[in-house]
Ligand binder design. Structure first.
Ligand SMILES: [Cu+2]
Length: 201
């Protein structure tokens, strides 16, 4: 269609008079930025629902804007998970105070059946995990989705326990994977450095 384009432009401009002023003042656009879509590689695109240990619904996008240390675990694990939580505590202790205050420490359980919010609350109390820690229950589907995004492998054994990867993931404030520590005990300085670096973004 070959309409006179200057006329068309004039017509379009007349139809959208309010679009321009909104861009001029940065302050006015802050709420819009906060509601901007998550980036392509953001874990926060996952719209799975979790429940925290106080029984409140929780979506991972709530963590946006903070550097995050995240691990999947189960509360009755007799060996690796207590070490993982200990490693996360050591990462926290080694952070510069301004970063430490902003960081979020998140544990998501594999054990949908037994790690109810109440069981997670008990784990929080036993391990002296303060308000900077978020403990999450998820449905089996949500556990599977999150594990796939993180590259965490897990399998429930006949006795109900889980064999699983030992992985601590650092997320940047946009929810993208900035660093992963595999194994136990080692690599804490690198994880803390990655967290401190990503906190500056
Ligand atoms: Cu474990």
């Amino acid at each position: 269609m070959k309409l006179s384009s200057p006329l068309l432009l004039l017509f379009t401009a007349a139809l959208t008079p309010a679009a321009e002023p909104a861009k001029k003042d940065d302050a006015c656009c802050q709420p819009l930025l906060a509601a901007a879509p998550f980036t392509k590689n953001s874990l926060y695109q996952l719209d799975a629902e979790f429940t925290d240990d106080s029984g409140q619904a929780f979506t991972l996008g709530t963590l946006r804007g903070r550097p995050v240390v995240l691990a999947m675990f189960f509360s009755t694990c007799g060996y690796a998970c207590p070490l993982l939580v200990g490693d996360m505590k050591r990462i926290r202790a080694s952070l510069p105070p301004p970063v430490r205050e902003r960081a979020a420490f998140v544990l998501v359980s594999f054990d949908s059946a037994r790690d109810t919010p109440a069981a997670l609350a008990q784990f929080r109390a036993e391990r002296s995990l303060d308000a900077q820690w978020t403990l999450l229950h998820a449905s089996a589907d949500s556990v599977r989705e999150l594990a796939a995004l993180l590259g965490v492998k897990y399998k429930q054994e006949a006795d109900g326990a889980f064999s699983h990867s030992n992985l601590i993931t650092i997320l940047n404030p946009a929810g993208e994977i900035a660093h992963q520590r595999t194994g136990l005990k080692d690599g804490l300085a690198e994880a803390a450095a990655a967290l401190a670096k990503t906190a500056q973004q």
